[in-house]
Ligand binder design. Sequence first.
Ligand SMILES: NC(=O)c1ccc[n+]([C@@H]2O[C@H](COP(=O)([O-])OP(=O)(O)OC[C@H]3O[C@@H](n4cnc5c(N)ncnc54)[C@H](O)[C@@H]3O)[C@@H](O)[C@H]2O)c1
Length: 344
Amino acid sequence: MNKVNIGIIGAGMVADLHMDGIQKHKRINVLWFADPNKKALTTKLKKYSVPNGTADYRDILRDSKVDAVIICSPPFTHFEMAKAAMRAGKHILLEKPMVLNRPQVNGLLKEAQKHRKLVVCECSCRNTRLQPKFRFIKKMIDNGDIGRVYHIHHNQLMRRTFIEYNPAGAWAMQKKLAAGGPFVDWGVYDLSFHLGLLGDKPKLKKISAFTKNGLKIFRNPKQKSDIEEHGAAYMQFDTGLTYYYERGAGVHAEIPNETRIYGTKGSLRFAYCSWNSPEIEHFWVDKNRREKRTIRKVDMSKHPGDDAALYKHFLDCLAGKAKPLMPVSLAAKHLDILFKILGK
Ligand SMILES: NC(=O)c1ccc[n+]([C@@H]2O[C@H](COP(=O)([O-])OP(=O)(O)OC[C@H]3O[C@@H](n4cnc5c(N)ncnc54)[C@H](O)[C@@H]3O)[C@@H](O)[C@H]2O)c1
C-alpha cells in the first residue's frame, strides 16, 4: 500500500498523542495541521516539521492529495467537520466524544450511510478494544471461564477535572461545547470496553441514574463549570445483563478504576487501561468444588502503545484488511446510553 497522506485538524494536547502514534508507522505522511489558534498551529508545524498549516480546516479538505483527516479539535466542532470531510471524500479518524447531541448523532449516521466506502472510525476503540487486556478478558469470557455474565460493576472517581489535566481545555467544562463531563470524556471508553467484551450484543432496556454538579471547589474561584462531576447509573439490558456504573471527576473522593465482571461460574476484577496493572483477578471453582482465586497476568510487552495500535488499526481499515472497531453506528449506541445517564 502507498503512503497515506493525512491532515490533522486541531493542534492541541491530543494532537501530540496522535503524532506519537503516527510516528511509529512509516506509511503515514502528515501534510497539514489546521488550527485557528496561531500559536498552537505554529508550535505543532515546527515540532513535527509538517509542511502546511491553515486556520481553516476546509483548506485540507480541498487538497486532493489528502486521503484522510484526523479530527482532534474539541467536540463542538466535530459534527460540521466530519460531515464536510465525508462530503469531500476523505476518510476520518474522529476524536471522542463523536458529537454533542442526538440531532448531531442522527445527522452523522445519515451522512455516514451516504459514504459507505469511506473509513470513519471514532477514537474510543483506543485504550479499550485495541489492547491486549481486552483480547485476554474477552477470550476468557468467550471460553466460558466465568460462565454466563450477568452483572458488570464499574467505578472510578477522581478529584481532578479535565481543566487540571489540560489547562487549555476550558471548553471541556461547558456542556454546550463538550456534551458533558466524565460520562462523555471517559464513558465512551468504559462502554467500548465493557459492552465490547459481550460482543456488543446487549441492548439497553431500562436505566435509572443520578448526576450531580457544583461539587468541585476550583483553586481559581472564577472557573466556570456546568458539567456533571459525579454520577451513577443502574442499567438493565435485553440479555438479562445488569450494569452498575459510577464515574466522577471533581468529586471529593478518589476511587481507582475498577471493573468487576460477575458470571455464573466465576468472576473477574481488573483495571482496564493499558497503563493500569496487567493483573486480572479470577475467582472460580475447580472440579473438586474448591474455591480458587488466581491472578492472571496479561502480557503487555508486545503492545506498541494505545495510539500506535489505533493507527495500525486505521491503516488496516484503509487497506481493506479490517473494519473500523468503532464505526459511527456503535459510537452512536454508546452516546445514546450516556445521554440517557445525563438526562438528555
Ligand atoms: N487531551 C487528551 O489527552 C485527550 C485524549 C483523548 C481524546 N481527547 C479528545 O480530543 C479532542 C481535543 O482535546 P484536546 O485535549 O486536544 O483539546 P485542546 O483544547 O488541547 O486542543 C484543541 C485544539 O483544537 C483547536 N480548534 C478549535 N476549533 C478549531 C477549528 N475550528 N479548527 C481547527 N482546530 C480547532 C483549538 O484551538 C485547540 O488548539 C476532544 O474531543 C477530546 O475529548 C483528548
